[in-house]
Design a protein around this ligand. Sequence first.
Ligand SMILES: C[S@@+](CC[C@H](N)C(=O)[O-])C[C@H]1O[C@@H](n2cnc3c(N)ncnc32)[C@H](O)[C@@H]1O
Length: 212
Amino acid sequence: MATTRQQQDRNKWDERYRQQDFAYGKAPNHFFASCLEQLAPGSILMPADGEGRNGVYAATRGWKVHSFDLSSEGQAKALQLAAEKGVSIAYQVSDGTDLGWDEASFDAIGAIYAHVAPEQIPAFYRRLDRYLKPGGTFIFEAFGKAHLQWKALDPRVGGPDDIEMLFSEDDMQTLFNRYEIIHCREEVVLLEEGLYHRGKGSVLRFAARKPL
Ligand SMILES: C[S@@+](CC[C@H](N)C(=O)[O-])C[C@H]1O[C@@H](n2cnc3c(N)ncnc32)[C@H](O)[C@@H]1O
């Protein structure tokens, strides 16, 4: 059952995605696309996939895509984008607790700006870990702990206001402590993603392989 916080989050995202424009654009996140290029296509889980720019991109690259997100408006936009691109994706409206997948179902996971409520972070990422096959790759980008100062300079860059929702390199190393880390760095980048990620921000980019 959805918590009050989740219901508020769902309403917020539904309202944003109800607009005609794609909030974060239709093009994939750069780091996600560059990581995907290194991998042979297989099955990929896309948590918090929003309007589907990343899941749909993966499908155009030959991946079998399963997305989920709290927002039914996000689902509708993602299915619209998939149709526009001539691909299909499976997309569940869910907080990830009721997906019904077996453990070790996916070759890769792409968690891009999957900013869930702070109290949900450990359980959310532990669940994702269980869905990844041994040897599978976890790809992640989200705002880092140093981001608030960039958002203060230019709010158009977006991102959460709550520092507990932001990530540090140590957080990622702790969440994925058994993984072989390929990339883990918080860095300042210029974001040009749709209407809501515009300008300089501090982002945590992370890619890691689950042990066999
Ligand atoms: C900043 S948006 C990113 C959307 C997409 N990944 C992208 O990069 O374009 C954050 C997304 O997280 C979703 N979200 C927040 N909490 C969630 C949860 N507990 N379970 C599933 N999705 C969640 C929201 O609905 C929203 O679509």
